[in-house]
Ligand binder design. Structure first.
Ligand code: NAD
Ligand code: MG
Length: 298
């Protein structure tokens, strides 16, 4: 291993070899077709037993941030159920192999979480496959840019809200019967919740909703010993960004607005999700960890 996440390194220069230019894929896109490839921590994430014996369901676990979380969780000793869309089987198979290489169980659960019935079945299948459930990461998301409200279709608005908000609600609700004291729910929100872009009216609105949902549910579940928190990524190199997440002419300067002056990689998100899942964060409730390269948020 050349380096791991503990190696002393200049964060400005880290990843200066990953400089993508404009490219496009159909939704939901594949990590396998990103050029250059994103860093999911395959070669760098080193586990130290922080999630030994834990059982995690991660949505959107085939690629991007969710895949980096799956790799990290497995190397920290957790068994992992991976939720993703059927079109993403190739990406999911690769991540499942990495989970198994870490000596952990991978449960593969393809399907569309916009379907209420599937979303509930997903949780049951995950709990059955893992023999319980004590970490839920709601990370799947839809982001399609649109700069004209009159052209923003009701179908897109609904689909963005169903994927990002309703599915999180259905999956969290179904998970409750399995979650024991000590269990954690972690939601993926975004810097867009605080700094909404004019081209992401629907998406940014879902992320602000996720923030409020996280804090309200955290207050409700804390007395039961279940902690709910969120992670708010900034600009991260993932398939979301090349499947109309933003106009392609913006890819080359993606992340330039951050204090570090670069986009982030999915591998840089995983440690925040490990911390919030582990009992290390036992007194952290209703919090949002911003991992955004330096974009001050309220
Ligand atoms: P990604 O494309 O790798 O992951 C998103 C995943 O969502 C897909 O892999 C897919 O499996 C899943 N998904 C989408 N629609 C689904 C559906 N209907 N049914 C089942 N699964 C579905 O991109 P990512 O950037 O890693 O996104 C992960 C999360 O991070 C999202 O919630 C996104 O909003 C959030 N986020 C990303 C960025 C960024 O810059 N990439 C910034 C802030 C927040
Ligand atoms: Mg994907």
């Amino acid at each position: 291993m050349i380096r791991d996440q503990y190696t002393f390194i200049n964060p400005v220069e880290l990843y200066n070899d990953i400089e993508p230019s404009a490219q496009h894929q159909q939704e939901p896109g594949l990590d396998a077709e990103l050029s250059p490839r994103a860093d999911l921590g395959e070669k760098t994430y080193r586990g130290t037993g922080r999630l030994t014996g834990r059982k995690a369901l991660i949505t959107g676990a085939d690629s991007g941030i969710g895949a980096a979380i799956a790799i990290a969780y497995a190397r920290e000793g957790a068994d992992v159920a991976l939720s993703y869309l059927p079109e993403e089987q190739a990406d999911a198979d690769r991540i499942a192999t990495l989970v198994r290489d870490a000596g952990r169980t991978a449960v593969l659960l393809p399907g569309d979480i916009r379907d209420h019935t599937f979303a509930e079945k997903l949780v049951e299948d995950a709990a059955r496959g893992l023999g319980g459930l004590d970490i839920l990461v709601n990370n799947a998301g839809k982001q399609v840019w649109n700069d004209d409200l009159e052209a923003l279709t009701v179908e897109q608005f609904e689909s963005t809200f169903t994927t990002n908000v309703f599915a999180m609600f259905w999956i969290s609700k179904a998970a409750l019967k399995h979650l024991v004291p000590g269990a954690t729910i972690i939601n993926t929100t975004s810097v867009q919740a605080y700094k909404p872009a004019g081209i992401l009216v629907d998406y940014a609105s879902t992320k602000a909703t996720i923030n409020a949902f996280t804090k309200a549910l955290a207050e409700q579940l804390a007395p039961k010993g279940i902690r709910v928190n969120a992670v708010a990524p900034g600009p991260i190199w993932t398939p979301l960004q090349v499947t109309d997440g933003q106009p392609q002419e913006k890819i080359e300067s993606f992340g330039a607005e951050t204090a570090l002056g670069r986009m982030g990689q999915p591998a840089e998100l995983a440690p925040a999700y490990v911390f919030l899942a582990s009992a290390e964060s036992s007194y952290v409730v209703g919090e949002t960890i911003n991992v955004n390269g330096g974009m001050p948020t309220p």
